[in-house]
Write a protein that binds this ligand. Structure first.
Ligand SMILES: [Cu+2]
Length: 471
């Protein structure tokens, strides 16, 4: 009987339902009982009780699927089904996934393992699973119509192959995939090396997550499945900041983060305070001669990247997609740029008609962070993280790598905010402010214009004075 304890988040026991039948009795049955997960919390690493030993991963806001050994074969049971996923506190989405969650559980095996996966379809349409990146018999590759018939609703199919090469992989349907992936059907797969591998260093902490994206109108629950590019929720493992757990590590830990991209655009994933090496992709471990230090890894559509770094700087380090609109949550796309526009006269006139009228975006959009506007039920706030110094102007694909000296090995619990040593936080200058020295160009460029404009264009810069009345 497997048991799991809750790792992060609020109170309440984990309600992972494990088959009541013992493995011994279940082994007589045709199918392993599916294990379900009802919580969106980050679960502790699942230490292998059977099979070859390995160092397990931690799935961000996710979990690893337990297996049973059946005469030397590792058997898993995935159930494709509709799920309710809490994407952030106060915001739930009706998605499709596996075994109670979207994404589905992470599958962890060891190089050389023979793996048998039962896939039960509880959706209303055909599905299949493609095992992204695996070497396997062609008929196990999961492309509906090409490699197999689709799995009809209510039926269970069996996939079986040997996990031949170690690395970072994922799984997803190849059946009505634009719809099924837009609805959240995907999962992570890690094949651990069987023996010490010259290109795979041992690490102290090993995290993984998938990049995904949804288009859910404010106030509604179900993604719009025909959206091709213009998604409004940018998530990690179907969670958006501030719903994404921190990646908690111990100072001087060797840390690995594995990331796969199942969205329809690329994501430059950026880590603050450290440099990392890209040590592997879904193609396998990266040769040492091809590695270079980076602080941003661009992950293209359908790609996976595995980054390694030494966590040698204490603190709370931002870790996020560098596309700035991917660190925002659902918003209207047709908001005009209002920065620098003087609304005072207009606002005064409108206020006579509509007393609650409010001007938005005049000083930038950060004001929206603090604005407690009434939103429709079940709407993710646009940017609503709360940090030790106030609102964190971020949402979406954002989290924090917390590096702590006092964190115990194997402890992933949130240590709270970093306590900065005295004198190490940016502070307000209160002395005299001289005018900035401006650079004056002496030449006129290598190629002067042939003709001058008749009248020079005047652009006046309007600087916010702060403290506009009324907002
Ligand atoms: Cu992005």
């Amino acid at each position: 009987m497997l048991s799991r304890r809750k790792l992060l988040g609020g109170a309440g026991a984990v309600t992972t339902a494990v088959a009541a039948a013992s493995v011994g009795r279940a082994a007589l049955a045709a199918l392993p009982e599916p294990v379900l997960q009802t919580q969106p919390d980050t679960m502790p690493p699942l230490l292998p009780a059977t099979g070859r030993p390995y160092n397990p991963v931690v799935t961000l806001n996710g979990w690893t699927l337990p297996w049973r050994m059946n005469q030397g074969v590792k058997e898993f049971h995935l159930v494709a089904e509709p799920v309710v996923r809490e994407m952030a506190p106060g915001f739930k989405a009706h998605l499709w996934g596996y075994n109670g969650q979207s994404p589905g559980p992470t599958i962890e095996v060891v190089e050389g393992d023979r793996v048998r996966i039962f896939v039960t379809n509880k959706l209303g349409e055909l599905t299949s699973i493609h095992w992204h990146g695996q070497r396997l018999p062609n008929g196990m590759d999961g492309v509906t119509g090409l490699n197999q018939p689709g799995i009809p609703p209510g039926k269970t199919f069996v996939y079986e192959f040997v996990a031949r090469r170690p690395g970072t992989f994922m799984y997803h349907p190849h059946a009505d995939e634009m719809v099924q992936m837009a609805m959240g059907m995907m999962g992570f797969w890690v094949t651990h090396p069987r023996v010490k591998h010259p290109l795979i260093d041992e690490v102290d902490r090993d995290f993984c997550f998938l990049l995904n994206a949804y288009d859910i109108d404010p106030g509604s629950y179900t993604p719009k499945i025909m959206t091709m590019l213009d998604f409004n929720l940018w998530s990690w493992n179907s969670r958006i900041f501030p719903g994404i757990d921190p990646l908690v590590v111990r100072h001087m830990d060797k840390v690995r983060i594995r990331i796969g991209n199942l969205t329809m655009t690329n994501h430059p994933i950026h880590l603050h305070g450290h440099e990392f090496l890209i040590t592997g992709t879904d193609g396998g471990p990266t040769p040492k001669s091809a590695r270079q230090y980076e602080i941003t890894a661009d992950i293209a559509v359908g790609q996976m990247r595995q980054i390694d770094f030494l966590a040698d700087e204490e603190g709370d380090w931002a870790f996020h997609c560098h596309k700035s609109h991917h660190t925002m949550n659902a918003m209207g796309h047709d908001v005009p740029t209002m920065i620098g526009v003087d609304h005072r006269g207009v606002a005064r006139q409108i206020t006579r008609l509509i007393p609650d009228y409010m001007v938005m975006g005049e000083r930038g959009m950060k004001d929206m962070t603090e604005m407690e506007m009434p939103l429709p039920d079940n709407t993710a706030p646009m940017m609503a993280g709360q940090g030790p110094f106030g609102a964190v102007g971020m949402g979406g694909m954002f989290s924090v790598v917390k590096v702590r000296k006092e964190q115990k090995p194997g402890d992933y619990s949130d240590p709270g905010w970093f306590k900065h040593p005295p004198g190490t936080v940016a502070y307000e200058w209160t002395g005299a402010l001289p005018d900035p020295a401006r650079f004056r160009a002496e030449g006129a460029g290598a190629m002067p214009r042939q003709a001058r404009p008749a009248a020079p264009t005047e652009v006046r810069v309007r600087k916010p004075s702060g403290g506009h009345a009324g907002h």
